[in-house]
Ligand binder design. Structure first.
Ligand code: PGA
Ligand code: ZN
Length: 427
């Protein structure tokens, strides 16, 4: 049973305050977790509780931490941590708001994840094994989606596209997928350096390139794959997060890097043109969260051959996923636990995706920490893909490296999920 819940303020990878929670059980087992934070958030997400005020840009979390230490600690006292559903229901009830704004999504997700880890510790199991239950040995590792270049809200809007990622669709296993990514990441750095386009690192550790257009990023990504000695589209493919809510609303999209505005159809045509000319297997948030019709038309046009992922659009919400599935507006979903606010609700979103025939990707946020829970969720829930940012910076490598350890514990190099488990990716 839960004996103590402790909240404290720690720091995230953008040097902003965030919430850490410890859950201690009566038997002494304990779990710890840190809330991540987004920068390009969907309007339907669970809301973080921030102090406002002059310090740290108004982003301090002293009220959220206090809520963990008093109300949440008291409310969870004596609950069975191995009953995640009961713990999360209690968290939801304590908060009492539909968007978790009273105690804060940041407080709730930290406690929810810490409780899951305490339950695993009580069973003397790693979290992934505890979540996977009896299905033990033949577990697979997720295919990584790894950021090469950052843009949008994560890189001063130098380009409009937010994530230009690579995914090792031809890799034999998880370890090889990372090996290849390391070569491509190094090649991309050398390429930009040689062109004088290296501008530092974006929020998720991808290069912050001085590209003159959005399409330049696609060309540079393909060239990086080639320079690494790999075949684009066969070994390594591109995956994009357009994060279109950041530059479009009411069906108008302003591509500042290209100096033009497009309507929803125009943006769809541009993306289809890119799909013809570049080895792209996945596109996230191709349209804004207020443009479900754009998603629907795009899915009808290319959803048979490309993974179309809802992030801001679906915000890890089971109801929204079912609605989108009913309209065929996407074929995959990003699962970000803090968008939902509790692990149980993130799991419900994943179940809704599976029932709807949607593919899924477990994802970290742009503001992260040393917490590696998402890697455990991807393995424990057997989600075929994982997105945690780039291949540089400790808060990112912590999560990729945890996958190597899990693969080893499973006795190998991490067998990947079948490519058919991804959303409509051509083979
Ligand atoms: P965020 O970005 O964490 O800033 O929301 C990540 C994403 O859009 O996938
Ligand atoms: Zn996104």
């Amino acid at each position: 049973a839960i004996a103590r819940v402790i909240g404290r303020r720690v720091w995230d990878s953008r040097a902003r305050p965030t919430v850490e929670a410890d859950v201690v059980l009566a038997g002494g087992a304990q779990g710890r977790a840190i809330a991540p934070a987004g920068a390009s958030t969907g309007s339907g997400e669970a809301v973080d509780l921030r102090d406002g005020g002059p310090e740290f840009g108004g982003l301090d979390v002293s009220r959220a931490v206090a809520g963990v230490n008093d109300e949440i600690a008291e409310g969870l006292h004596g609950l069975d941590a191995t009953d995640q559903g009961a713990v999360d229901a209690a968290l939801r009830d304590l908060d009492g708001t539909p968007d978790k704004s009273r105690l804060g999504g940041n407080a709730l997700i930290a406690v929810s994840m810490a409780s899951a880890k305490a339950a695993a510790a009580a069973r003397e199991q790693p979290l992934w094994a505890c979540l996977a239950g009896s299905s033990g040995k033949d577990l697979r590792l997720p295919l990584p989606e790894i950021q090469l270049f950052g843009g949008g809200a994560h890189a001063g809007h130098r380009i409009d596209l937010q994530d230009i990622m690579v995914t090792a669709i031809g890799a034999r296993d998880y370890v090889e997928a990372l090996d290849w990514t390391a070569e491509v990441y190094a090649a991309a750095g050398a390429l930009l350096d040689a062109r004088g386009q290296l501008f530092g690192l974006a929020d998720e550790g991808g290069y912050w390139p001085a590209f003159d257009s959005n399409e330049a990023a696609l060309g540079a990504a393909v060239e990086s794959i080639e320079r690494a000695g790999l075949t684009p589209g066969q070994d390594m493919a591109l995956s994009l997060d357009i994060a279109a809510s950041q530059f479009g609303t009411h069906g108008r999209y302003r591509l500042a890097a290209d100096g033009r505005s497009l309507d929803s159809d125009g943006l769809g045509e541009l993306l289809e043109d890119w799909l013809r000319r570049y080895p792209i297997v996945s596109i996230e948030d191709p349209f804004a969260e207020d443009d479900p019709e754009g998603f629907r038309r795009f899915t009808a046009a290319v959803g048979q051959r490309v993974q179309i992922v809802g992030d801001d659009f679906l915000v890890t919400d089971a109801r929204r996923i079912r609605e989108a599935a009913a309209k065929s507006a996407a074929n995959a979903v990003l699962i970000k636990p803090n968008q939902a606010g509790t692990l149980s609700e993130a799991r419900e979103a994943l179940d809704a995706a599976r029932e709807s025939g949607f593919a899924a990707i477990v994802s970290a946020r742009s503001g992260e920490s040393e917490d590696v829970t998402v890697t455990h969720l991807a393995v424990g829930w057997q989600v075929p893909q994982l997105k945690v940012g780039s291949f540089a910076r400790g808060e990112r490598t912590a999560k990729w490296n945890e996958g190597i350890r899990i693969a080893e514990a499973l006795g190998g190099r991490g067998e990947l999920h079948a490519i058919e488990d991804l959303g409509a990716v051509p083979i």
